[in-house]
Design a protein around this ligand. Structure first.
Ligand SMILES: Cc1cc2nc3c(=O)[nH]c(=O)nc-3n(C[C@H](O)[C@H](O)[C@H](O)COP(=O)(O)O)c2cc1C
Length: 186
């Protein structure tokens, strides 16, 4: 199938063109870019905890403090986060591969069997590397995704090394080499 998309050509004009790159090729190329893995969680109007795994999280602005993530239109969790209007971005720690896998699966109770508590009513997982509490301030369209912009209201870091996603697999960073310290995992 040929999609139409907006494209800035070498003449700096915006026009509709055919997709020039196959989706699989684009996915494979973008997978060369290493990222962290975050669980974005919220609580529906019924208070039920919901969440999904994302690697599209990024910082956007310091003044005002904004971050973003991209949610697939196919996500069943994103409409609930959008309706709630607030969410937690939780940077997963190096030993949380299993948590990432749970949050990357659609449907079911993703919190069953995991340790978690509520932070201002929002579900926060135990053992994470960092958390950002956000209110949803903007949603932009982006092809088959939506771009969710959150205003950061609170942050906390826990000094844990992060989980890394690269080439379609989860990795951990090597321990830093600090002369004479015998650097240890925290
Ligand atoms: C490492 C990793 C990163 C992901 N990043 C995103 C992302 O940025 N946005 C997104 O919508 N889905 C992302 N996904 C896929 C969702 O986590 C997955 O589709 C999940 O099943 C959605 O669940 P839901 O239907 O409950 O929303 C990612 C999955 C993995 C494993």
């Amino acid at each position: 199938m040929v999609d139409r998309m907006s494209h800035v050509d070498s003449g700096e004009t915006v026009r509709g063109v055919e997709n020039l790159v196959e989706a699989a090729q684009l996915r494979q190329t973008c997978a060369t870019w290493p990222t962290g893995v975050a669980a974005v969680t919220s609580a529906g109007t019924d208070g039920v905890p919901v969440g999904l795994a994302v690697n599209s999280f990024t910082s956007l602005s310091l003044e005002p403090p904004l971050v973003l993530f991209c949610a697939a239109l196919s996500s069943t969790t994103w409409p609930r986060i959008r309706a709630a209007g607030r969410f937690l971005v939780q940077v997963l720690a190096a030993d949380q591969h299993d948590v990432a896998e749970v949050f990357a699966r659609s449907g079911g109770d993703k919190f069953a069997g995991l340790a978690w508590h509520r932070r201002d009513g929002l579900p926060e997982l135990a053992g994470i590397s960092a958390v950002l509490k956000c209110s949803l301030v903007e949603v932009h369209t982006g092809g088959d995704h939506e771009i969710a912009v959150g205003r950061v209201e609170a942050v906390e870091t826990f000094g844990k090394r992060p989980l890394v996603f690269h080439d379609g697999a989860m990795h951990t960073l090597p321990l830093p080499r600090v002369a004479g310290s015998g650097a240890e995992e925290r």
